[in-house]
Design a protein around this ligand. Structure first.
Ligand code: FAD
Length: 347
């Protein structure tokens, strides 16, 4: 049976942050990814200021030109605005300082498939794609991980498998995880024929509960306009996209062509849970997401801290989980602060 010190489930920013910290410490790690890489992810794919700072801190570099949208590389925080049918435009605060640190206000507009693959390669960890982890068992000081017909063995397993984490569900089966509310999200990319009255390089968050309760927003991705809608259980999000299209045509003179693709996901408003024993969770699987929608920074940061705690645990023989939990307190506190300060629900 193939054996590694650490197996990471998921090759998003949480998995890559963790893999990078482990590889820097010389730990033997393998990343298992369900999808074929590079994979798409339901995301606006904007690197906010904190993400840029963390890339330099942990990966020693900025995202390369190859992952950016080409025509609309940057979004100035001043051009991120909210709009509602009664009062029109207002400034929208997407990111707030963390522990007194103010982040860059020029955001980077990227493609998630290229960005995530670049980050994974930068981690230096070997990976296997099209490998869905379906289960695991802990036996003494080892974990046996099942991916279809293949079994792997490791000393620590990291669930970096996103908001619908299978690893979290196995640790805390339905009913035992206080998952809280969840929002369904649908994003559709439409060929952009005319931006009409929308400003080039802008990002608009639409507060109209007739369209959806949360995260209704639009911004350009190369030749496409990305329409995103979100709603609580029971909302028909295809209808929401049609309503948003109609509003864009009527109020902003936007002209859209054919749809290129849809992406959907579930955003769980779950409290942080960092794992049990030899199985640790990181990124969105751990509940590390700033609920205005920014999650790449929280994932890279918690992934890195998870990897560092495991590397230290492997050297010292001490349990890494309490170290990881203690090192993540500032992330959890910032999540709470964002939740209290940022306005994102159209209800
Ligand atoms: C609509 C929307 C817009 C967003 N916009 C932004 C934004 O602009 N900027 C920002 O910073 N954040 C944004 N976010 C948040 C951000 O996308 C996530 O928080 C971030 O991707 C979380 O990273 P992660 O590594 O924890 O999980 P993910 O990026 O979800 O990665 C998890 C990986 O695990 C894999 N996986 C899942 N199950 C298995 C399995 N069983 N076996 C193997 N692999 C598995 C998945 O295929 C995936 O590759 C947005 C979120 C949403 C929903």
């Amino acid at each position: 049976m193939e054996q590694h010190d650490v197996i990471i489930v998921g090759s998003g920013p949480g998995g890559s942050g963790c893999a990078k910290a482990l590889r820097n410490q010389g730990v033997d790690v393998l990343v298992l990814e369900r999808d074929a890489l590079p994979r798409y992810k339901c995301c606006s794919a904007v690197l906010f200021g904190q993400t840029q700072v963390l890339l330099r801190k942990y990966f020693g570099k900025d995202a390369p030109d190859s992952v950016y949208c080409t025509n609309d590389k940057y979004i100035d925080a001043k051009d991120v605005r909210e709009w509602d049918p009664v009062s029109g435009y207002k400034p929208y605060v997407w990111e707030i300082p963390k522990d007194g640190e103010v982040f860059p206000s020029i955001f980077q507009n990227v493609w998630r498939n290229s960005f995530d693959k670049w980050l994974l390669d930068e981690s230096g960890a070997p990976w296997r794609d099209q490998t869905r982890v379906t289960g695991f068992t802990v036996d003494g000081d080892h974990v046996t991980v099942q991916a279809g017909d293949t079994a792997y063995r490791c000393r620590y397993l990291v669930g970096a498998d996103g908001g619908a984490s299978a690893v979290r569900r196995i640790l805390r089966p339905a009913g035992s995880d206080p998952a809280g509310a969840s929002v369904a999200i649908l994003q559709s990319y439409f060929k952009l024929e005319s931006l009409g009255k929308l400003k080039q390089g802008s990002w608009t968050v639409i507060f109209d509960k007739d369209i959806g309760e949360m995260l209704n927003c639009i911004h350009q991705k190369d030749d496409y306009l990305l329409l995103c809608v979100g709603g609580f259980r029971g909302r028909n999000l295809r209808e929401s996209i049609e309503k948003l299209k109609a509003l864009l045509a009527e109020k902003f003179d936007v002209r859209l062509g054919d749809k290129w693709r849809d992406e959907g996901c579930q955003l769980a408003l779950a409290p942080p849970f960092l794992g049990e024993g030899r199985v640790l969770l990181t990124g969105e699987a751990a509940g590390h997401i700033y609920l205005n929608g920014e999650g790449i920074s929280a994932a890279i940061d918690s992934g890195w801290r998870c990897g560092m705690a495991i590397a230290e645990g492997l050297k010292s023989g001490r349990d890494p989980l309490p170290v990881y939990e203690s090192n993540c307190r500032d992330i959890s506190a910032h999540i709470e602060k964002c939740l209290a300060q940022i306005h994102f629900l159209a209800v």
